[in-house]
Design a protein around this ligand. Sequence first.
Ligand SMILES: [Cu+2]
Length: 258
Amino acid sequence: MNKIARLRVGFGVLPLIFGFFFFACGNDDVENGKPVDTHPIGIAPPKKSSGIITGRVMLARNVYASQPKSISISKDTDICGFSKSDKSLLMRDGGIENTVVWIEGMPAGRSWPFHFPALDQKKCEFKPRLMFVGVGEEMTVLNNDGILHNLHTYSRINPALNIAQPKFKKEIKVKFEKPEIIKIGCDVHSWMSGVVVVADHIYYAATNSEGEFNFLQDVPAGKYMLRAWHEKLGELSQEVLVESGKTTEIIFEYTKIP
Ligand SMILES: [Cu+2]
């Protein structure tokens, strides 16, 4: 898929996404809670006092990554099916999908452009697997599967949630008051796994299916610490210098799979 096409569909089928945007207003900048490319190189030059950070998250060439396993299912098979593919590490050409990339220490409180983020539980999978929500922003958790699910957040900074969502409860609302990357699961279906990123500023991005990222907005010129986090591979960081009117390209490389 070329850059233009990607711009249009965002992270494509993946829900990297931030919320409603997509449903409700058709905002091209966000898709189901996940930030998408807004200014691929050569399409929109940065503003005068700011620059662009773009880049890719990769697995080192010499690291062997086994093929994703399939997970056998023996519960609620009429809805969930009999197997699921393991999506905890998705890669294409060495690029790693669903990595969270953010600039550390950006001032909080800027208007968060994402609204009405929704997390669905569809055929016993979280959709999207990785999503973003603003601090204090209400997030909708849907259950249209017609069976019991149970949202369990493994948070360390925000209070952990453990909420049963029976089949008749098609929608619940949750929110998080502090920035945190939170792993989520369902106690009923052990394979259900996802990530909610609670963000207090807009300089967050998620990698697409080829491991590429960039931010929704230009970055004020300056020196920053850029961080990357992946649910299976952990965290990386590196310094980045953003210069006015320039694009800085960053490569993050994971050198092992834990
Ligand atoms: Cu479940």
